[in-house]
Ligand binder design. Structure first.
Ligand code: FAD
Ligand code: FES
Length: 277
């Protein structure tokens, strides 16, 4: 995932979630598996507030044995009945490499649930979900939630190459209309994606959710402004604490405005409608 702070788009906090208390616990790893060719899925024992968190909320994780600060990951999936949660991530450095090296039975330090998740507008009955690369990890539960509510859900998944389309088959099977585009074929070009997305923006009752690419966030904000469709984005920033104390994660909502903190004001923000010139 890239750190997405697209220039020219303003971000507004949606307001704090009061979903449940944040807990700092040691939990056991259930499974680590490779998915969509270059990602890892890490499943671990959760507790009820974590397994029941909102789509878009995240956890801070580190292997208990590692002398590292915890790293942030969106909850990719959660199963309250089995008391388990999953994250999906790409190995980019030491923290993710250590997490990828965990085995079932290893212990994990888990802080969560953190941040503010996506908010569905109950009046709007159609969802457009737009993700690139491992950014789909932040959108997967949201798309499933929309489908479970019976909302027609169009999902656009962009990736460097075919095979990196995270959750494409699962969401298709769950009833989503999935468009998978990639850099190799050139189908991920902004003008092509715009042609795929604009008809949905133009239909009444749409709302849009984006993660993983500054170009796609800018495009969605532009289409949202054109068609008066609300757009929410999940942003990333380097994090140390995840709870608003270290101030490592500011995002500037506009050139003249003091920054919000991605961990406690986001990671999901409202974007667009009021684009910065
Ligand atoms: C709210 C949130 C949710 C995220 N969800 C996911 C997810 O579901 N799947 C996924 O693959 N990645 C996700 N990320 C990004 C993930 O946290 C980083 O890829 C990871 O921290 C990199 O750690 P590293 O030690 O392997 O890499 P390094 O590059 O070695 O990291 C060095 C330092 O920079 C920080 N850092 C580096 N890149 C990022 C980044 N993009 N975002 C935040 N901190 C970074 C690390 O925390 C660490 O402190 C998320 C980030 C945020 C903020
Ligand atoms: S990560 Fe510490 S304030 Fe956001």
């Amino acid at each position: 995932m890239t750190i997405a702070r697209p220039a020219g788009v303003t971000f507004r906090p949606l307001g704090r979630d009061h979903a449940g208390p944040v807990a700092d616990r040691t939990r056991v790893v259930v499974e680590v598996a490779r998915v969509a060719s270059e990602y890892r899925r890490l499943r671990f024992e959760a507790w009820p507030e974590l397994a029941g968190c909102r789509p878009g909320q995240f956890v801070m994780l580190r292997p208990l044995a590692a002398r590292l600060i915890r790293r942030p990951f969106t909850v990719f999936d959660a199963d309250p009945d089995r008391g388990q949660a999953e994250v999906v991530f790409r190995v980019t450095g030491e923290g993710t490499a250590r997490l990828a090296g965990l085995r079932p039975g290893d212990r994990l330090s888990v802080l969560g649930p953190l941040g503010n998740g996506f908010r569905l507008d109950p009046v709007r009955h159609r969802a457009v979900v737009v993700g690139r690369g491992v950014g789909m990890a932040s959108l997967h539960r949201l798309a499933r939630h929309c489908l479970a509510l019976g909302m027609p859900t169009r999902v656009l998944i962009s990736a460097r190459r075919p095979g990196l389309w995270l959750a494409a088959d699962a969401l298709r099977e769950a009833g989503a209309e999935v468009f998978a585009v990639d850099d190799v074929s050139g189908t991920s070009r902004v003008e092509i994606v715009e042609r795929l997305l604009e008809p949905t923006f133009a239909r009444p009752g749409s709302q849009c959710f984006v993660c993983g690419s500054s170009r796609l966030i800018r495009l969605a904000a532009r289409l949202g402004a054109r068609w008066r469709v609300p757009v929410q984005v999940a942003l990333e920033a380097p994090m140390a604490c995840g709870i608003g104390t270290c101030h490592a994660c500011p995002v500037r909502p506009g050139p003249e405005t003091e920054g919000h903190l991605v961990c406690v004001d986001g990671p999901v923000f409202a974007a667009g409608g009021d684009l910065v010139a």
